[in-house]
Design a binder for this molecule. Sequence first.
Ligand SMILES: C[S@@+](CC[C@H](N)C(=O)[O-])C[C@H]1O[C@@H](n2cnc3c(N)ncnc32)[C@H](O)[C@@H]1O
Length: 279
Amino acid sequence: MASNDRNCSANSDLHPTAIAGFNEKTASLYDAKRPEYSKETVDVIFNQMNLDNLEPLENLSTDILELGAGTGKFTKSFYPRLNQSVKYTATDPMEGFLRQAKLNCPSIKTTVCSAENLPFPDASVRFVVCAQCFHWFASEASLKEIHRVLVSNGKLLCLWNVRDISIPWIRAASDLLYEYYTEDVPKATSGKWKEVFEKASLFRQLFTCTPSGTGIQGDKQAIVDYFMTISVIASRPENERIKARQRFLDIFDKFGANKPDSEEWIVPFTTEVYGYVKV
Ligand SMILES: C[S@@+](CC[C@H](N)C(=O)[O-])C[C@H]1O[C@@H](n2cnc3c(N)ncnc32)[C@H](O)[C@@H]1O
């Protein structure tokens, strides 16, 4: 990491499935197989920030603070859209993931930290962005931290890529995936993460929208690779991962009976975006 990166120990805040699923060993598969973020989604976030009309502020540590940036999947879609004068900091508690983000965006400033312990002064961040990650730290502790570092009227933007489960084989694969979740593992699609906003009363919701997303496409092995990157599978020991892989492949045999192995499959995504303002 570059010498200007400020690191802190963060692992005590993390769920064990996140530690085992998002690390040095899983980073390159994650980065290669997870869906990209669409231009429409990037536009929504960009327009919310109204970056051309920012008022000068003293003691600003960064304009945009990305939490849970991981391997930089969102970062690499968004960061190139920004004017060089905009200060951007990508953070994640998992150093192995953040290292991949640095490969994706070499000039970006990165900081290893969890959402529960942000090494930034009070009121020193204009926007916080959480792509595909807020459910991992949807607690009062992290919401208070986000609230603390944001300037007055600062915005929190959360987004998720969501599989289209109206397609029967994707529904079947998603149901199989959910078998690997234990009660304590945060699941974005449960919507449980919203409860903390109601409890804490620190933010007011500004909007929600669902811009079209991207998709992942490839033969059945490539699609199964994507499911293998999801933390509840990625975190399993190798022998269990081999069995899980076969169970996902069986779905393709069921839904694509008589189709050749080279058959292309597509998983379409929409993106759900939620915007909040600090109160
Ligand atoms: C599904 S990945 C999303 C990564 C990236 N934003 C993306 O769009 O692909 C979830 C990320 O949340 C991070 N994470 C988990 N617990 C966290 C916490 N307590 N604070 C901050 N980030 C956390 C993980 O390390 C992981 O990189």
